[in-house]
Design a protein around this ligand. Structure first.
Ligand SMILES: Nc1ncnc2c1ncn2[C@@H]1O[C@H](COP(=O)(O)OP(=O)(O)OP(=O)(O)O)[C@@H](O)[C@H]1O
Ligand SMILES: [Mg+2]
Length: 287
């Protein structure tokens, strides 16, 4: 619990680029997300059924399973887009069941969204600058009291955006309109948006869909760097098993609304029962 408080308070422009363990260093193995016996029905359909799983702080945890397994519904529950019928969602040691996405956002839980249409006429840097909330400029009261603060904050946000652009190696397109970026560059920019706030956990739902192989490698490399160098925890839904295998440890398998297995991708791939029963294909088809 100490991690986030220290994290959010850091004023330095590179605060977001420092490690995950503000609370004294060393790798900790506590759950940052703890889903406890959560269920969600849509009419008669049990989309998520008494599901329990944990995402360890500092991990890149994968979530795989057949179409309709309940993966996106689980993300929606964790991110506060929908409320569970029963069960609890613990985030960073606190019960956040029923909290709204913006409340979770302020606590450091983010999911990526496609760059909104109306932002396509803004440059890459400007897109990033739109993200932070709770800047001094947003408070009329504070503006009135301390006009200089707004200017400082603008400069601070711009510098942060440029740092993020550099980190993602998008410097050559920083002043390009977002609408003109390639599909993969847009994905990188989406990832960059999560770096503009002090996120602890980033949920990625099929972020690689439609991205070509080369840019996929860039995207994966950046996820790894954000994890290893900046301490982000990722919870990743993907159908691309190679990507999951490269990035994720552990991998959680969901089917029919339940967690049915968890382990390293090699273990999952080596388990013909899981492959055949839940992917409906012989093991070599997904290997
Ligand atoms: N808002 C909703 N209303 C009704 N049914 C829904 C709703 N959202 C999801 N479902 C149903 O819940 C089940 C789980 O869907 P979900 O989208 O979570 O699966 P998924 O594992 O993400 O699948 P995919 O890999 O295809 O994205 C499906 O049968 C789906 O049709
Ligand atoms: Mg889905």
């Amino acid at each position: 619990m100490t991690g986030f408080c220290a994290y959010a308070q850091m004023p330095d422009k590179l605060a977001f680029m420092t490690g995950k363990h503000q609370d004294g260093g060393g790798v900790s193995f506590d759950a940052v997300i703890d889903v406890k016996n959560v269920s969600k029905r849509f009419g008669g359909l049990r989309a998520v059924n008494d599901c329990s799983l944990r995402v360890e702080r500092g991990s890149i945890t994968g979530l795989i399973g057949p179409n309709g397994a309940g993966k996106s519904t689980l993300f929606n529950l964790v991110a506060g887009n929908i409320t569970p019928d029963s069960g609890q969602i613990i985030f960073d040691g606190q019960d956040v069941t029923g909290l709204k996405p913006h409340q979770l956002f302020h606590r450091g839980m983010l999911r990526t969204f496609q760059i909104a249409h109306e932002f396509s006429n803004m440059t890459a840097v400007e897109n990033l600058m739109m993200v932070p909330s709770g800047q001094p400029g947003e408070s009329l009261f504070r503006t009135w009291l301390t006009p200089g603060t707004v200017k400082d904050a603008d400069r601070h946000v711009r510098q942060k955006a440029l740092d993020v652009i550099d980190f993602l190696k998008l410097g050559h397109v920083k002043n390009e309109l977002a609408g003109n970026l390639s599909g993969g560059q847009k994905k990188l920019l989406e990832l960059g948006r999560t770096m503009m706030v002090d996120a602890k956990v980033v949920l990625l739902d099929e972020v690689a869909a439609g991205v070509n192989r080369t840019l996929l490698q860039d995207l994966a490399a950046n996820i790894e760097r954000m994890n290893q160098e900046l301490g982000y925890t990722f919870f990743v839904i993907e159908h691309d098993m190679d990507l999951i295998g490269r990035l994720c440890d552990p991998v959680i398998v969901m089917a029919q609304g339940e967690k049915i297995a968890e382990g390293q991708m090699e273990e999952i791939r080596a388990n013909p029962e899981i492959i055949e029963a839940y992917f409906g294909a012989p093991a070599e088809a997904v290997a």
